[in-house]
Design a protein. Structure first.
Ligand code: 5RP
Length: 262
């Protein structure tokens, strides 16, 4: 375990460590993207290398695939796996119904495809991601580059009739150039501030030509595991209505990072 780990990193780590207890031998597992999901991939790599866990992973981005290979988690394509037992991923926001905003890391399209093709989705987060109403985090939508400014204008016009507080949007940039997703598309971040009806918004947005997918995950997530900087975790299961509390021990001798080239 790295010394001087920040409380937020510790929160992400313990959430990831609790979430991998959902993974069983022989499972096909969707591997999310982002800093929290990266902890989960490292935990799984540790279990594969040191505990004999046998799983097949499906990555939701090229960077997750690279990390998974580095830590020893076998990777196949979604088409090879066809259907998954479980996906574990991070989130940018979650509400009380476990509806999510995702895509802060730019991988929402593959993340949504993979999560939807899974029997169960477990989201790992810290309390800063919890909201009463979705929308403070800008909603990412993936658009094809062709005519993106027209698509942007159409999105903003469409938002006039929907239950949101803001409707401006910005093209996500990577230094001086547009950010390009793994699928070769652009991302628009919608400053909605408050999303009154996530299901309706998701359905309407996906009707707009040129918009490939939006970052709202409605009725996809089953479980949220919330990590805290003191090592405690809360696990909420929306299907059976249970809430569990655990304390995750963080060992100084933890070899999770020992053979990982950063
Ligand atoms: C990537 C995502 C991430 O899961 C989300 O942005 C959370 O990332 P992090 O764990 O780094 O806060 O949706 O597209």
């Amino acid at each position: 375990m790295p010394k001087n780990m920040s409380p937020i990193d510790k929160a992400k780590y313990v959430a990831a460590k609790r979430a991998v207890s959902y993974v069983e031998d022989g499972m096909k597992v969707g591997l999310g993207t982002g800093s929290t999901a990266a902890w989960m991939v490292r935990c799984l790599g540790d279990m594969v290398r040191n505990e004999g866990l046998s799983i097949t992973g499906v990555a939701t981005s090229t960077r997750t695939a690279t990390l998974a290979r580095e830590v020893g988690v076998p990777i196949v394509t979604l088409d090879e796996a066809k259907w998954l037992d479980l996906t574990i991923d991070g989130t940018d926001e979650y509400d009380a119904n476990l509806n999510l905003i995702k895509g802060g890391g730019g991988a929402l399209l593959q993340e949504k495809i993979v999560a939807t093709a899974s029997d169960q989705m477990v989201v790992i987060a810290d309390l800063t991601k919890q909201v009463d109403t979705l929308g403070a985090f800008p909603l990412p939508v993936e658009v094809i580059p062709f005519g993106w400014q027209t698509t942007k204008a159409l999105i903003e016009e469409t938002l006039v009739n929907l239950d949101v507080l803001g409707r401006s949007s910005a093209l996500r940039m990577n230094n001086d150039a547009p950010y390009i997703t793994d699928e070769g598309n652009y991302i628009l971040d919608l400053q909605l501030r408050r999303i009154g009806n996530a299901r309706q918004l998701s359905l309407v947005l996906n009707q707009i030509p040129g918009l490939v997918e939006n970052g709202l995950f409605v009725d996809i997530c089953d479980v949220v595991v919330i990590g805290n900087g003191d090592g405690t975790v809360e696990t909420r299961d929306i299907n059976n209505g249970t809430v569990e509390h655990d304390q995750i021990e963080v060992e100084e001798t933890d070899n999770l990072f020992a053979d990982i080239a950063d």
